[in-house]
Design a protein around this ligand. Structure first.
Ligand code: AMP
Ligand code: GLY
Length: 424
């Protein structure tokens, strides 16, 4: 089989490595992929967000199956277009991807169907939004409704910050059209858990839970990033909470999307906060999380491609989905110094042969003589599995230390909070 994977980051590399385990896969085409994954896939230099260009390429390539991994092309309807030319896909159609593409939509959905989430108000005009933040409880969370490359959420500790956040979105249009509608939300507290799930609209199978580490530096200091590391499973996600989430959040969300005529097929991601009043939804994503995919997929002990195809065919109930629930994984992200603010590119990275299988490359090119050169903020993720979380963390850091990337940095405390929770 010929498989096309759309996207070019660490998540896509993790998906590609897992799909490659299927013996029927002859070749994987990554659109655009990146130089660091050239060993695992043929990279095709087309922007993943350029729907007509990707669809045009797919027409020629005629892959047997396609995986659309990033949010932007999903929300823009790439799956709809690929299906029109007869290519079966993993990923939701645009009408379902809206669950991530519009926070105003997802909040209204949760309200309508009684799915627990933070209280909120939605605004399309600046004046009433400013009026609202002049009176609401503080802290408050101001969110651009549309996609904003993970940067559209501002936690405001003071009223002034809330006013600035509203103005930055609605007046200065910092997030373009994505910030024309703003969701202002109650501030929730508690540990965060990411739960990705496979669903075909009839059956929903949660994957092993995980924990992201969003801040740039040790001790959760510094700016928010796309994620500096992950661990799985997440110790805050007990069986009791998992059962409650299935009953109160996961199945009701699947049913709500069906009731709205927006059946979701693909990976539905639940960003949860375990508050003192129980688990609540912080956000939905219409795709695998990054870097969550880099700890969750290595713990999958059955065949990813078959599961994906079962989602597409509506036969997920027949799929063999098995995670190593008695093991753990840790992914440490290496980023270029200066990330997430300004950083250069073209810095050399050397990955020794013995850790290469455990490295997911997010932002690097192949230079002369096959030298790997950085070209992004987050450059790679290193994932190791262990019998315990401690073993996974120690192994991941041992592998990170073998990689030479003098212009890079990484957090030294990925998994530390989870270890503390386990010790309690
Ligand atoms: P999102 O992009 O929606 O995942 O938000 C980014 C991060 O902002 C989340 O992972 C949370 O840490 C935080 N956040 C979002 N909404 C809230 C909220 N209502 N209360 C507290 N923190 C939040
Ligand atoms: N790691 C969070 C996300 O993928 O949105």
């Amino acid at each position: 089989m010929k498989i096309m994977v759309v996207g070019g980051g660490g998540r896509e590399h993790a998906i590609i490595k897992k799909i490659k385990e299927n013996p029927d896969v002859e070749k994987i085409y990554a659109v655009p992929g990146n130089g660091g994954m050239a060993q695992d896939a043929e990279c095709v230099d087309i922007d993943a967000e350029d729907v007509p260009a990707v669809v045009g390429y797919a027409k020629e390539l005629k892959p047997d199956y396609a995986v659309v991994a990033p949010d932007d092309p999903l929300v823009a309807g790439m799956v709809d277009e690929l299906e029109k030319i007869g290519i079966p896909c993993f990923g939701p159609e645009a009408k379902a991807a809206i669950i991530e593409g519009s926070k105003a939509f997802s909040k209204d959905l949760m309200k309508k169907y009684g799915i627990p989430t933070a209280q909120y108000a939605t605004f399309t005009e600046e004046e009433p939004a400013l009026e609202y933040v002049s009176k609401c409880d503080i802290p408050v969370v101001v969110k651009a409704s549309g996609l904003a490359k993970g940067k559209g959420v501002i936690i405001c500790e003071t009223r002034e910050q809330a006013v600035d956040a509203v103005k930055s979105m609605m007046e200065e249009k910092k997030f373009g059209n994505s910030g024309m509608t703003v969701v202002i939300e109650e501030f929730l507290e508690g540990p965060e858990v990411s739960v990705l799930s496979f669903t075909d609209g009839e059956t929903l199978i949660p994957m092993i839970s995980s924990m992201d580490h969003k801040r740039a530096f040790d001790g959760d200091k510094g700016l928010n990033t796309g994620g500096m590391g992950t661990i799985a499973p997440n110790p805050y996600y007990t069986q009791e909470i998992a059962d409650q989430c299935m009953k109160e959040i996961f199945l009701p969300t699947m049913a709500a999307m069906n009731a709205e005529g927006r059946t979701f097929k693909g990976c539905l991601y639940f960003g949860l906060m375990i508050t003192k009043d129980g688990p609540k939804v912080i956000e939905y994503n219409c795709r695998f999380g990054d870097p969550e995919a880099q700890v969750v997929l290595p713990l999958l002990d059955s065949d990813l491609l078959s599961i994906m195809m079962h989602c597409t065919d509506g036969t997920l109930k027949d799929a063999d989905v098995r995670f190593a629930h008695d093991e753990a994984a840790c992914c440490v992200v290496m980023a270029t110094k200066g990330y997430p603010e300004s950083y250069g590119k073209g810095f050399p990275i050397d990955i020794p042969e013995d850790v290469r299988d455990h490295v997911y490359v997010a932002g690097a090119d192949l230079g002369e003589g096959g030298q790997l050169l950085s070209h992004g903020g987050r450059v790679l993720g290193v994932t190791e599995r262990g019998k315990t979380l401690k073993e996974a963390i120690d192994k991941a850091y041992a592998s990170v230390e073998k990689i030479s990337f003098p212009d890079g940095f990484y957090r030294h405390d990925i998994g530390a909070r989870a270890m503390k929770a386990l010790e309690k």
